[in-house]
Design a protein around this ligand. Sequence first.
Ligand SMILES: Cc1cc2nc3c(=O)[nH]c(=O)nc-3n(C[C@H](O)[C@H](O)[C@H](O)COP(=O)(O)OP(=O)(O)OC[C@H]3O[C@@H](n4cnc5c(N)ncnc54)[C@H](O)[C@@H]3O)c2cc1C
Length: 343
Amino acid sequence: METILFLAFTEADGSLGQLALETLSAAQSLATSLTGSKFVAGLIGATVQPAAEAIATSGVVRLLGVSGVEFAQSRYSTDAAAAEAIAKSAGATIILAPAGSRANRTLAGVAQRLGGRIDTHVTALAATDGKPAVTRWYYRQRMEGVLSRSSRPWIVLLESGCAPAYAGPAGSATVEGVLVALPHIRTEVTGLKSPPADQQTIRPDAKLLLVAGAGWTKKQPDGQAHAAEAEQLILGFLQQAQASLGSTKSLVDLSGEGQAVLKFMTHLNQVGQTGSTPRHQKGLATCCHGEEPHTVGWRFINERRAINLNAACSWAQGKADVLYVADAFEVLRKVNALLGATS
Ligand SMILES: Cc1cc2nc3c(=O)[nH]c(=O)nc-3n(C[C@H](O)[C@H](O)[C@H](O)COP(=O)(O)OP(=O)(O)OC[C@H]3O[C@@H](n4cnc5c(N)ncnc54)[C@H](O)[C@@H]3O)c2cc1C
């Protein structure tokens, strides 16, 4: 009989984030489809009571918690100790956790401590004939594999956007506190630095991905580069369309070559074989050639359009649904004006 542990780190206010709620609903369906399984939740954070109450009616039979100031912030030693203690207390055989930064950093080590196994970047879970199996992508999202394991405990980290977020009613909850032998704490988080929300260009929840390519910084038909205007057009579009910003490798690499670049662009924006594979409903590539090492990162973009001066660019070779053979500066000027007029 499997004991399925939903394991999550709470937010600063003690609640659960979107990805944790998605993972909870995946754990809940797995528990429902594995007859006779036991469904347990484990919560770690400064405070866990609000999260416990939010998930009290999800079908969990035990709510375990590790809370306190030491567990407020991400730190390998304390996060790993808390996760290990909860897993042992639950007698968990399958541990399902959201693939956020804290779990991604910690749970491989926890698997080692528990003598178990871990699978990361999982995109689906199912039980066939009473046997749980996970789905994940391999070789830069080119091949999909379904696998199951006999080793226990088995830790599974679920990616975002793969399950509906749990939205059951809240209830009263009694959290069983789990004792953790505090490790020697060498790391202290002294503060967080993050860009203001309107300067945050990577928005995983956005419907639209705007990709900017190196063409934005290249000499244009007037013989000049117009990086300053490119910045203004791209940022204006992002702000009005609330789109997420992706980039090609060439554009983010340009700063290393001392060329005029878009200042808000970093390697984190890079989409492709050596970049990310974001999930958005629509994508618009601008001033980007559409070469395979880049477009392989578009695997999960459903509707694809591109704007390029070159009618023979790679987007025209079956990689986009629509290619606008046009000057992206002109198009974005017009689109931004239209968006401004309608907002
Ligand atoms: C091992 C390996 C891994 C790689 N990994 C990645 C990766 O992860 N991600 C990635 O992106 N690349 C990756 N690359 C690089 C990739 O092959 C391409 O070199 C890169 O994507 C090209 O970037 P680009 O399209 O922005 O630039 P370019 O190839 O320079 O294309 C610029 C485009 O802009 C167009 N243009 C210029 N001005 C305008 C205008 N005014 N209006 C409209 N269009 C205009 C031009 O017609 C041109 O098509 C990798 C390469 C290798 C070898």
